[in-house]
Design a protein around this ligand. Structure first.
Ligand code: PLP
Length: 482
């Protein structure tokens, strides 16, 4: 059983790590729980019980966050959690990194918002920083450098990438892969193929849109019925499509490591073949790096694991340092095929979000967090390796700190129920986890996994504490089920 002692020790240990990490930044922290009146706590918890918020988003817990630092979340209910969810892979530098908070405060004193009416310094500085980053990782033609369009969310940025591809190519069809998740806007929902629940309620509206969307077999060997283990065969569906309809296809969307669909990395050989095919047919390759980007996979971008250069890169989540920021990157020549007015935004690239994002990226670079993600991720995978074949674990996969632990039942079926049960057990013991995995009723695509996405700077002792809780939750849940 998961013991109270373990929970207490975990929080004690966590508090020590946190106080070390943040001791020099007390002024940036919000008030401690003792400073909050019991009356205020009761008020907030009363609001929480009043059914004020739409439940459609599927809140993970009834807990209400009071404050969060690093990997620690404190709630109004008086609990502490080690957070291995990071606001769904957003907090690369941990919650409320003091330098990000300071950048937000400083920018708030300058300008909050101007929209597309005027350029502003934080967006220019962020774009400049990103251009230099791209010049380093994708040298290509220095005369045609990377240029950026900033938006508020990943989904919006997927829409933007599709619009640019359609405009630039003069073609009207898009291709995406089974198992993919590209977001929640109507277009992103139509493109996505990771969970039926994401689209089935809107099927009648989405179907006409899908006349221009082709879904290709999931690009992975794991679970594939062909089981050829020659990674290029992942691109066979695309090859056939482009041979017959290549001149109609504007773009192919890829996730170099599928996120929501089960933390499935694409094989480099498949990525290379997809790149070659798209180039051959004048089709743009759009890399969705919304979840996998900004160092999460142990490289700045997950497509680097494939050794390719996409035409459009979509980024989000971690790029805003905790504030809503996302966007697309493309070389200038491509971006300039858009005319002013063909796309726009009210809030996208907001000054405060850009200032926060720039601060976060600078921390990631300065503190070597990309390399650290690779090292910590390898250590976590090594730690879990001996348990493959036990507790229902069939695979521990993923790059860097984007790790999926796949669970199957005795019949070899994806064990969605156990993933949920383990997640809840871990939470009881003070560790916040999320699940992932495709669920579309297709054996070659479906899988059930628990995702491990701590901040890139997670301390080794916090990782170990989390692993103890996680493994105990797996064991405990199995014991209960027996
Ligand atoms: C790979 C990927 N693409 C797109 C999105 C959608 O981003 P957003 O929720 O910011 O709209 C997500 C969100 O989880 C994602 O993981």
């Amino acid at each position: 059983m998961l013991t109270e002692k373990l929970n207490k020790e975990s929080n004690k240990d966590l508090n020590r790590t946190l106080s070390e990490e943040f001791s020099s930044n007390k002024s940036n922290t919000v008030q401690s729980s003792s400073a909050n009146s019991a009356e205020n706590d009761a008020y907030v918890l009363g609001l929480n019980a009043a059914g004020l918020l739409a439940e459609v988003v599927g809140f993970e817990t009834e807990e209400v966050v009071r404050s969060a630092y690093g990997t620690d979340i404190e709630t109004y209910q008086g609990r502490h959690f080690i957070d291995f969810t990071g606001g769904i892979a957003v907090h690369a530098c941990g919650h409320n990194h003091p330098e990000i908070v300071a950048a937000i405060v400083a920018q708030a004193q300058q300008v909050l918002h101007v929209s597309d009416t005027m350029r502003h310094a934080p967006q220019l500085e962020l774009a400049h920083w990103l251009r230099n980053l791209f010049a380093g990782i994708l040298p290509g033609d220095p005369e045609d450098p990377y240029t950026f369009l900033f938006k508020n969310s990943g989904s919006e940025s997927i829409d933007a990438a599709a619009k640019l591809a359609i405009k630039a190519t003069g073609r009207h069809k898009l291709a995406a892969f089974e198992g993919a998740f590209h977001g929640r806007s109507m277009l992103a929902s139509a493109l996505s193929r990771s969970k039926t629940v994401h689209w089935q309620a809107y099927e009648d509206f989405l179907n006409p849109l899908r006349a221009n969307i082709i879904h290709l077999p999931a690009p992975r060997c794991s679970g594939c019925e062909l089981r050829r283990d020659t990674a290029e065969c992942c691109a066979n569906g695309l090859e056939a499509l482009l041979e017959t309809h290549g001149s109609e296809i504007a773009a192919v969307f890829i996730e170099a490591q599928q996120g929501e669909g089960g933390y499935m990395p694409m094989a480099p050989a498949a990525g290379k073949k997809i790149r070659d095919l798209t180039r051959k047919h004048g089709v743009l390759l759009i890399a969705d790096e919304i979840q996998a980007g900004c160092g999460r996979t142990g490289r700045w971008f997950a497509f680097q694991h494939l050794g390719i250069e996409p035409d459009i890169i979509v980024f989000g989540k971690a790029v805003g340092g905790g504030l809503p920021l996302a966007g697309i990157a493309a070389r200038k020549e491509l971006m300039e095929r858009w005319q002013p007015g063909e796309h726009g935004t009210t809030f996208g690239g907001n000054p405060i979000a850009c200032a926060a994002g720039l601060a976060a990226l600078k921390i990631i670079a300065r503190d070597g967090l990309v390399e650290r993600a690779a090292e910590t991720g390898a250590a976590i995978k090594a730690r879990l390796q001996p348990y493959i074949g036990r507790f229902g674990i069939v695979e521990v996969r993923g790059n860097g700190l984007m790790i999926g632990v796949e669970l199957r039942d005795a019949a070899g079926q994806p064990d969605y129920a156990r993933c949920e049960a383990v997640k809840l057990k871990a939470r009881e013991a003070g560790l916040m986890l999320l699940t992932c995995g495709a669920k579309i009723g297709k054996p070659s695509v479906d899988n059930a996994a628990i995702r491990l996405i701590p901040p890139l700077n997670v301390a080794p002792d916090v990782v170990e504490r989390a692993m103890i809780i996680f493994l105990a939750a797996l064991q405990d849940d199995l014991a209960q089920a027996a």
